[in-house]
Design a protein around this ligand. Structure first.
Ligand code: PLP
Length: 394
């Protein structure tokens, strides 16, 4: 069935990725691949996307120097790529909006999405309201409880939020439900997957729509400082903001680092660090690095940040890691909280808990002798205020 695909369906020496999808989804996936290939060379699509990114999303986002935090940490230069300043407050809108425009071109009238932290759900709901598409978002009940303001935002944008009770009530179960729903109505609905995950062509599609982050950042850092930093750094859930920031720097002689959720412990079930303890497996339609128990069942994960609380690393990022192009590190819940507080107090910027994992790695980089860093600030922390209040005692 996969002969129809013209984009690479696999990544790296380990052939990660692929299209492990049920027969009912093969035709919609082939249609999506064809539509994406056509759109990616269609000046009308590219012009509409560019205009919406500029006038609706607020691109280009700033590259902000953070001199007070840099001095505090012992860094010479720290640049923040401000995806927190996009409309809806995280990088998710870049992909959600682009896929919504693509879906409308394909004649779809309804959008299905899953969400963990709620950021992808909010971004998709906003894009659908903007474009006049019906929107249904699947969300685990645990995530609905810890991200209540985002549930309200989605409903205000006219989206239907479907609670998913299965399993841990988090992102993994929400993706299952969204894929199931799509299979039943793929003639009129498009599924907007929120990270660089899932069956082909989703990982490539999502990464393509997110590389605008790194393309802008690379030009901005050259413009502002005249040279590239030693380290480019991002947090990694599924891997979309990480790939978006890091891929445009793949040809450069610098360190590319992704930070996973170290949770509250090192035992299986206490974290979402797929590089420590992850094994090759298949989840949600792709082969990649996956946290599993001794029977091969997908393991439970834990993280203070809903957006990093996912058992699999996206296949392209996993392949880059295994091929030595990207380093992976981990930061614990506590370290992330400390990172967030430092950014708040020294620069007046409230980061998302996810982005705080990247901030948390800075002291370790300084200890390794690093002096210049470009950090992807994937989102803003307003959605996490109640967690910050509870955990920081403020
Ligand atoms: C969703 C999310 C992430 C993690 O997802 P990736 O696909 O790994 O980027 C990170 N930061 C924020 C703010 C998010 O909303």
């Amino acid at each position: 069935m996969t002969e129809g695909f013209a984009l690479p369906t696999r990544f790296g020496a380990q052939s990660l990725g692929g299209c492990y999808a049920p027969e009912t989804l093969m035709q919609p996936l082939l249609d999506l691949e064809a539509a994406f290939r056509a759109a990616s060379v269609d000046p009308a699509f590219l012009a509409e996307l560019r205009a919406e990114l500029r006038h609706f999303v607020g691109r280009p986002t700033p590259l902000t120097p953070a001199p007070r935090l840099a001095a505090k940490l012992g860094l010479k230069v720290l640049f923040l790529k401000r995806e927190d300043l996009t409309h809806t407050g995280a990088h998710k809108i870049n992909n959600a909006l682009a896929q919504a425009i693509l879906a409308r071109r394909m004649g779809k009238t309804e959008i299905i999405a899953e969400t963990g932290a709620g950021q992808h759900g909010v971004a998709t709901a906003a894009a659908c309201a903007r474009l006049g598409l019906a929107c249904t978002v699947y969300m685990g009940v645990t995530d609905m409880a810890r991200q209540a303001p985002n549930v309200a935002r989605m409903r205000l944008f006219g989206a239907k939020v479907m609670p998913v009770e299965a399993g841990q009530g988090t992102l993994k179960e929400a993706v299952n439900e969204a894929l199931r729903a799509w299979a039943g109505q793929c003639d009129r609905a498009h599924y907007i997957l929120g990270s660089a995950l899932g069956p082909h062509p989703f990982p490539t599609l999502v990464r393509s729509f997110q590389t605008v982050i790194g393309e802008e950042a690379r030009a901005q850092v050259m413009d502002q400082s005249g040279s590239l930093p030693e380290v480019v750094l991002a947090c990694a859930g599924g891997g979309s903001n990480g790939l978006g920031l890091l891929v445009p720097f793949l040809g450069d002689g610098l360190r590319r680092v992704a930070v996973e959720a170290g949770g509250y412990g090192t035992a299986l079930g206490e974290h979402a660090a797929r590089l420590d303890g992850g094994h090759m497996g298949v989840l949600h339609g792709c082969k990649t690095l996956l946290l599993q128990d001794e029977h091969g069942h997908t393991a439970e994960t834990a993280s203070i940040s809903a957006g990093l609380d996912y058992p699999a690393l996206g296949p392209e990022l996993a392949a880059l890691v295994l091929d030595g192009q990207v380093e992976v590190r981990r930061a614990s819940d506590e370290e992330a909280l400390t990172g967030a507080r430092m950014l708040c107090e020294n620069e007046g910027i409230l980061p998302a808990l996810e982005s705080s994992h990247a901030l948390a790695l800075l002291p370790a980089l300084v200890a390794e002798g690093v002096a210049t860093v470009l950090l992807g600030l994937s989102g803003r922390g307003d959605k996490d205020l109640s967690t910050y209040q509870a955990r920081l005692g403020i």
